[in-house]
Design a binder for this molecule. Structure first.
Ligand SMILES: *Cc1c(COP(=O)(O)O)cnc(C)c1O
Length: 385
């Protein structure tokens, strides 16, 4: 259990130890000040204008092109956008991507939620669920029965990442194998991925893309687009706000079916441009790699902290989970950090561990992760004395 914090010790962290930016939350996460300034500079021409006109459509177009470039998408892939964030995309997928039965790898809160959505959908068969203990991840198993494999690139609730590959021995979707659909909400942009290994790679922009929530983006292979068309042809009832054919048709026109949050679109595009102008996915994932190296090395060498995830290759480079030993209350440390302007290091509530959870998304400066480690050392030392 997380110890209940009654009062926060009055500890002031010396200014020279503090990170330049104190936001380490896993979503909404740090939005770069440069992006906010760019939005403010454009606001008089952009905010409060029609999303059906060129000003906004050109930003949506730039975003779609930028994502295709960032992920080196083959020509025939499409970038689709819609409203409602990843949670709405799950619902859309239960209507428009899963034909009859899906297989889900569950290893934490988020991966389990999509499995539940599929299990609850009355028009689908019960899904196959392959679960693993928190702190680890399961492996997909080829099944003739399923038409979609649901993977999660990074389980944000536990800090476990997994490589994205088609299940070993699976037929290609064109030859009757299941589609591979990946929840990459916290992984996309921060972890490497090969588009040949997925059919739908979907995410929302409030994590690695340093924007706000409320939008989803999905990178769709030709097989995924075919599936969307094939299900539509069966006349399955789909609410129009969750209809992937409508989303795809609108996306191709650089718009969304209904009004998107224009600031979210702008900040998302700004971040994708920042990645692409500095070297693309190598640049953005490289920043996460450096932050992760710093965080886990610090925890490994600490006498009170240890990485929660045991296997080194499973330790996420975008979300770090660090267990504290009993002598130190992580909740108290998080509260002291918060009082000093370092926010959102609290653990995922339902995991219920004595730990801190720290985002290492590309916007977060690797130097600030080093500063955060120094601040934690300082706070723990001050609480003990
Ligand atoms: C944050 C997160 C979600 C939920 O995203 P919303 O846009 O809030 O629906 C889903 N999956 C993962 C892996 C996440 O990190």
């Amino acid at each position: 259990m997380i110890p209940y914090v009654t009062d926060t010790p009055d500890i002031t962290i010396p200014a020279n130890l503090l990170p330049a930016d104190g936001r380490f939350g896993c979503g909404p996460s740090k939005v770069r000040p440069e992006a906010v300034a760019a939005l403010a500079a454009e606001s008089g021409r952009y905010l409060g204008t029609s999303h059906r006109q060129k000003t906004v459509k050109s930003v949506v177009g730039s975003l779609r092109e930028g994502l295709a470039h960032l992920f080196s998408l083959p020509e025939e892939y499409e970038v689709a956008l819609g409203n409602g964030g990843t949670t709405c995309f799950w619902d859309a997928a239960t209507f428009g991507l899963i034909e009859r039965k899906s297989q889900h790898l569950t290893f934490g809160e988020f991966s389990s939620k999509f499995a539940t959505a599929a299990a609850d959908a009355p028009h689908l068969d019960d899904p196959e669920i392959i679960a693993a203990d928190v702190g680890t991840h399961p492996t997909a198993v080829v099944s003739e029965d399923v038409d979609l494999y649901a993977l999660t690139h990074n389980e944000t609730s536990t800090g476990v990442m997994m490589p994205i590959t088609r299940p070993e021995g699976a037929a290609a979707p064109a030859d009757g194998g299941g589609l591979v659909a990946v929840d990459a909400t916290s992984g996309a942009g921060g972890l490497r991925v090969d588009p040949a290994q997925f059919d739908a790679y979907y995410f929302a922009p409030q994590k690695c893309f340093g924007s706000d929530g409320g939008l989803w983006a999905a990178l769709l292979s030709p097989a995924a687009q075919d599936r969307i068309g094939a299900i539509a042809a069966t006349k399955r009832w789909v609410p129009s706000s969750l209809d992937l054919t409508i989303a795809l048709d609108n996306s191709k026109l650089d718009q969304t079916y209904n009004t998107p949050a224009l600031a979210t679109v702008f900040l998302f595009d700004h971040q994708v441009r920042w990645f692409n102008e500095n070297g693309g996915l190598d640049f953005s994932t490289g920043r996460c790699d450096r932050s992760a190296e710093t965080l886990y090395t610090w925890a490994d060498n600490s006498d009170f902290a240890t990485p929660f995830v045991t296997r080194e290759q499973d330790r996420s480079h975008v979300v770090g989970t660090i267990d504290f030993d009993e002598s130190v209350s992580a909740a108290t440390v998080a509260a002291v950090l918060r009082a000093n302007g370092i926010v959102d290091t609290e653990p995922y509530r339902k995991l219920g561990r004595n730990q801190l959870r720290i985002a290492m998304f590309p916007a977060i400066d690797p130097e600030d992760i080093a500063s955060l480690c120094a601040c934690i050392n300082y706070v723990v030392g001050a609480i003990a004395s």
